[in-house]
Design a protein around this ligand. Structure first.
Ligand SMILES: NC(=O)c1ccc[n+]([C@@H]2O[C@H](COP(=O)([O-])OP(=O)(O)OC[C@H]3O[C@@H](n4cnc5c(N)ncnc54)[C@H](OP(=O)(O)O)[C@@H]3O)[C@@H](O)[C@H]2O)c1
Length: 334
């Protein structure tokens, strides 16, 4: 089977670093799949906070990666490059990208391509890869969260947060989540958190200590940094693990070494985008084995807060920057 592929496509580029208006629709050549790559006719593309940072000029793409933003898509395979096995033209897939998702066509390394889970729409599927890969590798690989343990995630209603709550709860952890309003805290509980905490009106350290009889958390997933770092360590139980994935309130912190030693804490973190195709492929294999069955069972789903047509990517970014959303914002293509 072959699919006609045009020479050019509509994509959204960052004209010059700046506000949402920097995102402008443009015409670009359709990328061709190189060895080990797959060409996807994009149906939908997920928006992630790192795209906002890239748009502002604060998160440059890794060397050799297209300047078109977009870290995840869902759609249909239109062509496969040499050496690709197990993926065929016509397959419904979603993929983690290093860039290039805000476009009608995108290429992805084959190891980062996964079948769309059964019962999931392309729009929902487009919102899975970036958050699921990030949560899997940070919470379960680095943080080693297991059933029966206690888990705290900040930004509970973010794309990452909504995925982390559902996945940790589905795998048997007791989940606590912070968010910036009572309404959002209740949304965290609806997703499976034992307790959503409005950090604007409650001291989350006091809440999790009270809720756990002073025992504290086994794993904290943090995207806030700054003053949260010391408070998170205070929340952690003996042998607790602190996993950083961002530092929205500041990336330079002080560490109380004796306190870390006394509780035998592990302090770790990671970024996803610059990792090798082999590393992302290993995460994809784990996600397919461990997470996709939970998605197909309806225990983990993409909470789609809003969709926008590709050409309105600027509006989608403006919404994300309000942080009013609960879950994912997705671009629809075609
Ligand atoms: N390391 C990695 O591999 C990796 C991969 C993907 C994403 N990330 C990071 O993970 C974070 C979430 O990404 P996303 O795409 O899910 O973002 P998102 O949906 O836009 O959510 C960001 C959340 O952060 C909260 N927030 C914003 N500023 C804050 C502040 N100063 N203090 C406390 N909370 C704040 C907001 O919730 P409230 O309004 O409720 O506070 C918002 O829900 C981002 O920082 C992103 O850069 C890291």
């Amino acid at each position: 089977m072959s699919v006609p592929v045009p020479e050019t496509m509509t994509a959204v580029e960052i004209r010059t670093p700046g506000g949402p208006e920097a995102l402008v629709a443009t015409t670009r050549p359709v990328p061709r799949p190189a060895e080990g790559e797959v060409l996807i006719r994009v149906a939908a593309a997920g928006i992630n906070r790192p795209d906002v940072l890239q748009r502002m000029g604060l998160y440059p793409m890794p060397p050799g990666v297209t300047d078109i933003p977009g870290l995840e898509v869902a759609g249909t395979v239109a062509a496969v490059g040499p050496g690709v096995t197990g993926i065929a033209v016509g397959d419904a897939v979603c993929a983690l990208l290093a860039g290039g998702g805000y476009a009608e066509w995108a290429v992805a390394p084959a190891p980062q391509v996964l079948p769309i889970p059964r019962g999931v729409s392309p729009v929902e599927a487009a919102g899975l890869p970036e958050t699921v890969f990030t949560v899997w590798t940070n919470v379960f690989e680095r943080g080693a969260l297991t059933a029966g343990e206690r888990f705290l995630v900040h930004g509970g209603t973010s794309g990452i947060g909504t995925t982390a709550i559902q996945l940790a709860a589905a795998r048997g952890a007791t989940v606590y989540a912070t968010a910036g309003s009572d309404e959002k805290a209740r949304a965290c509980e609806a997703l499976g958190a034992a307790r959503g905490i409005n950090y604007r009106t409650e001291d989350y350290v006091a809440v999790v200590k009270a809720e756990t009889g002073g025992k504290g958390m086994d794993v904290v997933l943090d995207m806030v940094g700054g003053d949260y770092f010391a408070r998170n360590l205070d929340c952690l139980a003996v042998e607790g693990r602190h996993v950083s994935i961002a530092s929205l309130r500041g990336g330079k912190v002080e560490l109380a070494i004796m306190a870390m030693m006394a509780k035998r804490l592990t302090i770790t973190g990671s970024t996803l985008r610059p990792r090798s195709v082999a590393q992302k492929g290993a995460i994809a294999a784990a996600v397919r084995a461990e997470v996709w069955p939970l998605v197909e069972a309806g225990k983990v789903r993409t909470l789609v807060h809003a969709t926008f047509p590709l050409a309105e990517a600027a509006k989608a970014h403006a919404l994300m920057e309000t942080s009013a959303h609960v879950g994912k914002i997705v671009l629809t293509v075609g």
